[in-house]
Design a protein around this ligand. Structure first.
Ligand code: GLP
Length: 232
């Protein structure tokens, strides 16, 4: 999965060196980033003109917190390739004024000219970015209350469940859907049910990722375990 996904991202960078990549965090893309670093080290990829916009960030975590997505991106990709940090963008988790941060980040993405290729992981509850199941789809950047199941799923990265932030800033579904291309990566049996619902179920904000059925250019790269519940 990671190698296939990295090849698709590499193709994007090679065909448009100054592309805008939408990037994701979580455990799923770690192998993809590792492979991209290997390609860079082999001299096959140049990130010097690449611009990035990350999907989300925990609200309240400073950049130097090792669980912030800012820290994650530096550790798993940015510090190991020749990307210019001023060309990377992540919501600011320490901005207390949610309205201000959401409109700032919407402007960041708009000023970049939109996203060429958006990488996505899939939450166990069908979230993309941190757009949690809801009764409606939200267009722009929003401040969300994380669901208990998300806090539970992400507690493995924290010392204690009480340390998992309760809120996050996330790119909205409308912004994700406005990316020219989307690459969804999914692995493991634990995601099999939600992947089947995402691809074959009804399009509903209760499964936020199901909206991807409406996007004209989505590639899904998944392992066999994640595809094991697909209808025959
Ligand atoms: C996280 C992130 C998502 C990610 C998802 C799955 O909380 N906000 O962007 O895709 O949940 O995470 P993992 O890849 O660790 O299963």
């Amino acid at each position: 999965m990671s190698r296939q996904a990295a090849n698709i991202i590499a193709a994007q960078i090679i065909t448009k060196p100054d592309c805008v990549l939408g990037l994701a965090t979580g455990s799923t893309p770690i192998g993809t980033y590792k492979r991209l670093i290997e390609m860079y080290q082999a001299g096959d990829l140049d990130f010097s003109e690449v611009k990035t916009a990350n999907l989300d960030e925990y609200r309240g975590l400073p950049r130097d917190n090792d669980q912030s997505y800012y820290y994650f991106m530096n550790q798993h990709l940015f510090q190991s390739v020749n990307i210019h940090l001023e060309n990377t963008n992540i919501p600011n988790g320490t901005e207390p004024d949610a309205e201000k941060e959401c409109s700032r980040y919407d402007k960041v993405v708009k000023d970049l000219g939109g996203v060429d290729l958006q990488l996505l992981g899939l939450g166990h509850n069908g979230h993309i970015g941190f757009n949690e199941p809801s009764d409606h789809f939200v267009k722009g950047t929003q401040c969300v209350d994380l669901q208990e199941s998300t806090i539970e799923a992400n507690k493995r990265f924290f010392e204690d469940i009480s340390m998992v932030p309760r809120q996050a800033y996330t790119m909205g579904i409308g912004t994700i859907m406005s990316a020219k291309k989307i690459l969804l990566i999914v692995n493991g049996e634990g995601k099999a049910d939600i992947l089947a619902k995402t691809i074959c179920g009804p399009i509903t904000p209760k499964v936020p990722a199901s909206i991807l059925q409406m996007h004209p250019d989505v590639t899904i790269v998944a392992d066999e375990a994640a595809l094991s519940k697909m209808p025959k």
